[in-house]
Design a protein around this ligand. Structure first.
Ligand code: SPD
Length: 289
C-alpha cells in the first residue's frame, strides 16, 4: 500500500476535507490509527483516527498561535506543560525562549512521537534533542492529577478533536486540575476548535474556561487544512485582565523568527470573534444571572 497515490479525507458529518498524496505509512497503535501522507499541497501530513493533525508546510499557522500569545506575555517561564503535542511543533516553538527551563510533554501515544521523529522531523527539528524537553508517555488527565499545586507557568493543550481517547481532556474536571497545578500568574492555552465546523465544542470550551478563570480570551485565525479553515485558540488566566500583553524581552526576536505570528497579527486575531458566537456567549452569560 505504501507509495500509492490516493486521496485521504477527514470525514465530518456532511462534509469532507481531503488531500491527495503518496501514502508513507498507515499503522494502528494501541490507541489509534496513524497515517502519514506525502501530500501534493502541504508536504508530509499526519492524520490520527481520521482527523488531520498537522503537516510540515502549514503547521506554523497552528503552533505559533498556540504558543506565542502565552509565552510572549510572561517574564518568567520556568516550567511548561504540553498535553499532547506528539509531533513536536508546540515544543519547538516554546524552546525558542531562552527563559524556558523545563518542558514536560505528556503524550499518550508513543507511536505518534516515534513516527513524527522518523517522518515529520521538519516539525520537531532540534526540539527532540533539547535537554529542556522531557517526554512522558502518559495519560494527560492522570498526569495533571499527579502534579503538586502551583507548579507550571504555562499549560498548553495541543490535542485532537474530542474522540473516545481525548474527550476527558475537554471536560471541566480536567481544566480544574490544570488551574490547580498552574501558578497564580500562569496562563493556560488550548486549541479551541472551529467556530464553524465544531461550533458546540468551541462554545463549550470558551464557556468552561470563562467560568473557571478570572480572564479568558479567544483568538481566531486559519489553519487551511482543518475543517472549514477557521480555527481558534483560547487563553485563560487568573492574572490581570490584559494578560496577553507582550512583556517578554525576547519577543522582538521571536517575532522575527516566526512565519505567521507577530504582535499585530495577534492583536487582530484576538478581535475576530464572529458575531454569531459573541451573541450566543452573551446570551449564555445573561441566562446565568
Ligand atoms: N482538527 C484538528 C485539531 C488538531 C489539533 N491538534 C493538532 C496537533 C498539532 N500539534
Amino acid at each position: 500500500m505504501n507509495g500509492k497515490i490516493e486521496w485521504i479525507d477527514e470525514i465530518n458529518k456532511d462534509s469532507r476535507y481531503g488531500l491527495k498524496g503518496k501514502l508513507i505509512i498507515q499503522v494502528n497503535s494501541p490507541y489509534q490509527e496513524i497515517i502519514i501522507l506525502e501530500t501534493n499541497a502541504y508536504g508530509k501530513a499526519l492524520m490520527l483516527d481520521g482527523c488531520w493533525m498537522t503537516s510540515d508546510k502549514q503547521e506554523k499557522y497552528y503552533h505559533e498561535c498556540l504558543v506565542h500569545p502565552a509565552l510572549s506575555s510572561l517574564e518568567m517561564i520556568s516550567n511548561i506543560l504540553i498535553i499532547g503535542g506528539g509531533d513536536g511543533g508546540t515544543a519547538r516553538e516554546c524552546l525558542k525562549y531562552k527563559k524556558v527551563e523545563n518542558i514536560d510533554l505528556v503524550e499518550i501515544d508513543e507511536e505518534v512521537i516515534k513516527l513524527s521523529k522518523q517522518y515529520l522531523n521538519e516539525i520537531g527539528k532540534d526540539a527532540w534533542l533539547d535537554k529542556r524537553l522531557n517526554i512522558h508517555i502518559s495519560d494527560g488527565f492522570k498526569w495533571v492529577k499527579s502534579i503538586k499545586d502551583n507548579y507550571y507557568d504555562v499549560i498548553l493543550i495541543d490535542i485532537s478533536d474530542p474522540t473516545e481517547l481525548s474527550k476527558q481532556l475537554f471536560r471541566k474536571d480536567f481544566y480544574k486540575e490544570c488551574k490547580r497545578i498552574m501558578k497564580k500568574k500562569g496562563i493556560l492555552g488550548t486549541q479551541s476548535e472551529s467556530p464553524e465546523s465544531f461550533k458546540e465544542i468551541h462554545l463549550d470550551i470558551i464557556t468552561t474556561l470563562n467560568n473557571l478563570f478570572k480572564n479568558s480570551q479567544t483568538m481566531y485565525s486559519f489553519v487551511p487544512f482543518y475543517p472549514s479553515g477557521i480555527w481558534s485558540w483560547t487563553f485563560a488566566s487568573d492574572n490581570k485582565k490584559d494578560f496577553l500583553q507582550a512583556t517578554n524581552q525576547e519577543t522582538n526576536l521571536i517575532e522575527e523568527n516566526c512565519e505567521i505570528w507577530n504582535l499585530n497579527y495577534q492583536s487582530g486575531a484576538l478581535k475576530m470573534m464572529p458575531n454569531n458566537i459573541l451573541k450566543i456567549l452573551q446570551q449564555k452569560s445573561n441566562n446565568a444571572f
